[in-house]
Ligand binder design. Structure first.
Ligand code: FES
Length: 114
């Protein structure tokens, strides 16, 4: 289970990322949290953060096309739900991390495990 949004908040640390105004609708932002490359999407005004590495063969998911709430891996076409990290389409069968996102006073924070 990689969906950190489902972990109780006491086990999550929220880290300031950027002003929400810098990530308009339809855009994406890449952040490197130590050993965790993360991509944040703005889809219709809502923010979603997932790991930027495909579970199939390490493809750059953040470069993928967004279809609804799915991102399509540019390498072999696997799809993941950006809300949960769930693998939705072969060839990926393993979920990827999905991180909780908060916007406080116009600033995006993402939650990572402590
Ligand atoms: S690396 Fe993503 S589908 Fe193969």
């Amino acid at each position: 289970m990689f969906n950190y949004a489902q972990i109780e908040e006491s086990k999550i640390e929220f880290v300031e990322i950027a002003p929400a105004a810098e990530l308009p609708n339809g855009e994406r932002l890449f952040v490197d949290m130590g050993d965790k490359p993360i991509v944040i999407f703005n889809i219709a005004g809502q923010f979603f953060a997932i790991g930027d590495v495909c579970s199939h063969d390490d493809g750059p998911l953040g470069d993928g096309v967004i279809e609804g709430h799915h991102v399509v891996c540019p390498r072999h076409g696997a799809e993941f739900d950006v809300r949960t990290g769930q693998a939705m389409q072969m060839p990926a069968v393993v979920d990827i991390p999905a991180y909780p996102v908060q916007v406080r006073d116009g600033i995006i924070f993402i939650g990572v495990p402590k």
